[in-house]
Design a protein around this ligand. Structure first.
Ligand SMILES: C[S@@+](CC[C@H](N)C(=O)[O-])C[C@H]1O[C@@H](n2cnc3c(N)ncnc32)[C@H](O)[C@@H]1O
Length: 390
């Protein structure tokens, strides 16, 4: 593909991503994969170049742009070579008529700017929210660092994380299958918050495909019991094969029926040393990976997420044994989902107390700890450890 054709492909993809953001359709990564599955003429260099253009354009637009072309014109404002591709050549974008406006530059949608500021995040830190994320892996505890270093000599240890390594962007991680899991430093850190130990009974209530379940199991040295639950069958079904590959044999999965979770978990009432709640959230801390997610969030969706978080906390609390710990995690930086959610839980649950999470990074925030891309060079998280009364 010629550079102009790559640019037009990126514009078409951006149009699809904008429409999906407005209508609740598929994520950008999925749309990009679908687009190229029907365009076999595009080689790997074309795909990479188009993908980079798409994400660079998304990162520049805080608000949903009017069109893919407007977003690309914004990117072209500071890139003469890109601007020259709007030349009307075959398969390329049409020339720019006088008066055609690019999209407005920005980092965060206006309504979220206010929410971030109210959550104590300085505007100077917002650009880091949509920076490119580094490639982090968690090395299995029984795998020697030298095994990783032989495959990726440039791997650098992540401060505070004994098993965390940062790899150069674009590293092929396939040769590390089974020995290491791709996992952001923040995700690794929050998995350590409860200081789980071998032999414990742990409920991972919102386990999804098990990214943090595997980290918990590794920290438990493969001894004890983890009951990994979720309401999403497709996500949960990916967990068992991953556990198998990681040689982790203490995980059982349990598919929950939304709003009927308590009955399905009755056998675990008061039995868990740790209940880990990685609650569904706005994902404002993971915009580095899904920058178009900031176009999808609406005040109504945020309200629904806050209600779901309160619901899962209510499901989790009875499962914790007296003196046990409920770990509450969100990959969000909004206080409504983090600090305030926990304050409400504590107000509604007499006898429960916040304790300090065993975190190797982050900053104290309310009754928990917050990680931010600007401060911790990880995805953004809020985590709190809540101790049940004895
Ligand atoms: C942030 S994701 C979990 C990510 C996962 N822990 C990981 O590390 O990959 C939140 C999960 O909560 C699940 N969820 C939503 N409502 C739930 C409920 N009522 N009970 C249990 N899980 C729920 C979602 O399906 C989603 O997989």
């Amino acid at each position: 593909m010629k550079p102009a054709a790559r640019t037009q492909a990126a514009i078409e993809l951006l149009d699809a991503i904008i429409a999906a953001a407005r209508e609740g359709g598929a994520a950008a990564d999925t749309l990009i994969a679908r687009y190229f599955s029907t365009r076999r003429y595009a080689g790997s260099k074309d795909r990479r170049a188009v993908r980079e253009l798409v994400y660079a354009a998304i990162r520049q637009c805080g608000e949903v742009p009017a069109s893919g072309r407007a977003a690309m014109l914004l990117l072209a404002q500071d890139d003469a070579e890109l601007a020259a591709r709007f030349d009307g050549s075959a398969h390329g974008p049409a020339p720019v008529p006088a008066g055609e406006e690019p999209a407005a530059a920005g980092v965060v949608p206006a309504w979220l700017e206010r929410k971030l500021a109210e959550s104590g995040l300085d505007a100077a830190t917002w650009p880091a929210l949509v920076d490119r994320a580094p490639l982090d892996v968690r090395l299995r505890r029984d795998v020697a660092a030298s095994t990783l270093q032989e495959v990726v000599p440039e791997a650098v240890p992540i401060a505070g994380l004994v098993h965390g390594w940062r790899l150069p962007a674009g590293t092929d991680v396939a040769p590390l299958a089974g020995a290491a899991e791709v996992q952001d430093a923040g995700s690794q850190a929050v998995s350590l918050a409860a200081a789980v130990r071998p032999g414990m009974t742990v409920v991972d209530l919102c386990a999804g495909a098990g990214g943090k379940t595997l980290a918990l199991g590794d920290a438990m040295e493969g001894q004890g019991r983890i009951v990994a639950c979720d309401v999403d069958r497709a996500r949960l079904s990916r967990l068992a094969p991953r556990a198998e590959k990681a040689n982790l044999h203490i995980v059982e999965t349990r598919l929950l029926d939304p709003n009927r979770e308590a009955a399905a978990l009755a056998d675990l009432n008061g039995a868990a040393d740790v209940v880990f709640v990685d609650a569904p959230c706005s994902g404002t801390g993971t915009w580095r990976r899904n920058p178009e997610a900031r176009w999808r969030l609406t005040p109504a969706r945020l309200d629904r997420l806050v209600a779901t978080q309160a619901h899962v906390l209510g499901v989790a609390a009875p499962l914790v044994r007296p003196g046990g710990t409920l770990v509450y995690v969100v990959c969000s930086l909004l206080d409504a989902e983090g600090k305030d959610q926990v304050a409400r839980f504590l107000a509604d649950h007499p006898g429960w107390q916040a304790s300090a999470p065993a975190m190797p990074m982050g900053t104290k925030h309310g009754d928990g700890v917050r990680l931010t891309p600007a401060h911790d060079h990880s995805d953004g998280f809020f985590v709190a450890c809540l101790s049940a009364p004895c």
